[in-house]
Design a protein around this ligand. Structure first.
Ligand code: GTQ
Ligand code: FE2
Length: 357
């Protein structure tokens, strides 16, 4: 190890040689270290993404060539993941295909974008996937995807892989068969999706939501009902998918939100220590992220890095619906969650540029 040039006396030099030999490092000689990878806000256009997702169906086949046919949203500046904690990818499953059963300690969410007729089996529970459905496969739960319909299925995967890898807690196991046995159909949904009513006798002491399938029609109805009475100045009509037992986020490491930006709304900017990956489920509008304007339309994806000012607006006459995956639970549980409102200019950032991609 090179002797730092800040060392001037022989006494210091000797001291440093000894500490260095026995793996001690004087804090007062420590430099800045490696900078963290800089994550930039970014936007992916569905018009460009969708043809490539469909084309991947001709290039690789799950089970035969790959375990999962996925295309990751690769944020500039990061060599893995979509943020430093979350990885998001598009997955395609063609009619008749099976993505074989396995389980892993990283937790996954699926947000269904296109198609019907496929299902994910989660711990024996067959969950049919339809656009706007949220399906969870919590840490270490068995899951396989199957398409028994006649349309290509596309969904967004969100996993906490970067965080779990960083914590050296990534474990994986393949199921002995391609498909796990089916125990029931939509059981989790029928038991736990009835709002504030749930089975009286059930032991729900699992470390995740016992509800792992949130159907779009219920989600949309909840948004409409909230819009009748209230909204957030920063996120407009925003709802968190919650664990029906704890009332908290659906997962320990990630939370999922769905929010309606109503016509004519421009939210106030704020920033948080958490980060988010968004999908524009419906409508169009724009977000200003770190002073840059990101125009988005149905199907697009965008990423908001931590501690960056952001605000959302809808200048059209139709409602816009955004889905997002955020790492808020991690920061909150570690008492590291911070949030700050943008005070100047009535809460709106000056727009200094426009994202071109
Ligand atoms: O569908 O099980 O995007 O295991 C990455 C890893 C999806 C999945 C991903 C996975 C899956
Ligand atoms: Fe998986």
């Amino acid at each position: 190890m090179a002797i730092p040039d800040t060392i001037s006396t022989d006494e210091e030099r000797q001291y440093f040689e000894v500490t260095d030999r026995i793996q001690l490092k004087p804090g007062w000689l420590q430099g800045e270290g490696q900078p963290l990878p800089h994550m930039e806000p970014y936007l992916w256009r569905w018009a460009e993404v969708e043809p490539l997702v469909l084309k991947s169906g001709e290039l690789v086949t799950p089970d035969r060539d790959v375990e999962r046919r996925t295309l990751r949203l690769a944020t500039p500046g990061l060599d893995r993941g979509t943020t430093h904690t979350i990885t998001a990818a598009l997955q395609l499953l063609l009619p008749g295909e099976n993505a074989p059963a396995h389980r892993h300690t990283p937790t996954a969410i699926r947000w269904v974008l296109k198609g019907t007729g496929a299902y994910t089996t989660v711990e024996g529970d067959k969950c049919y996937m339809e656009p706007g459905d949220l399906v969870l496969t919590p840490s270490w739960t068995w899951h396989d995807h199957n398409n028994e319909g006649d349309e290509p299925m596309i969904w967004l995967d969100g996993l906490d892989v970067p965080l779990v890898r960083y914590l050296r807690a990534n474990f994986y196991e393949a199921y002995p068969e391609d498909q796990q046995p089916i125990v029931g159909v939509a059981e989790s949904e029928r038991k736990f999706a009835s709002g504030s009513l749930r089975p009286a006798w059930e032991d729900t002491s699992v470390p995740y939501s016992p509800l792992w399938h949130y159907k779009w029609d219920k989600t949309y109805e909840a948004l409409q009902r909230l819009a009748e009475v209230d909204a957030s100045p920063f996120d407009d009509v925003a709802m968190e998918f919650s664990d029906p037992v704890t009332g908290g986020p659906v997962l320990r490491t990630m939370t999922c939100w769905v929010q309606m930006i109503r016509p004519g709304i421009a939210t106030r900017a704020h920033r948080q220590t958490s980060c988010a990956v968004y999908q524009v489920y419906q409508g169009e509008g724009y977000s200003v992220i770190d002073g840059q304007r990101f125009d988005w339309r149905e199907g697009d994806f965008f990423v908001v890095p931590p501690w960056v000012w952001h605000e959302h607006a809808n200048d059209t006459g139709d409602e816009a619906v955004l889905f997002s995956i955020q790492d808020i639970p991690v920061l909150k549980d570690m008492a590291l969650y911070r949030e700050e409102p943008y005070e100047e200019n009535a809460g709106h950032q000056p727009v200094t540029g426009r994202f071109k991609g």
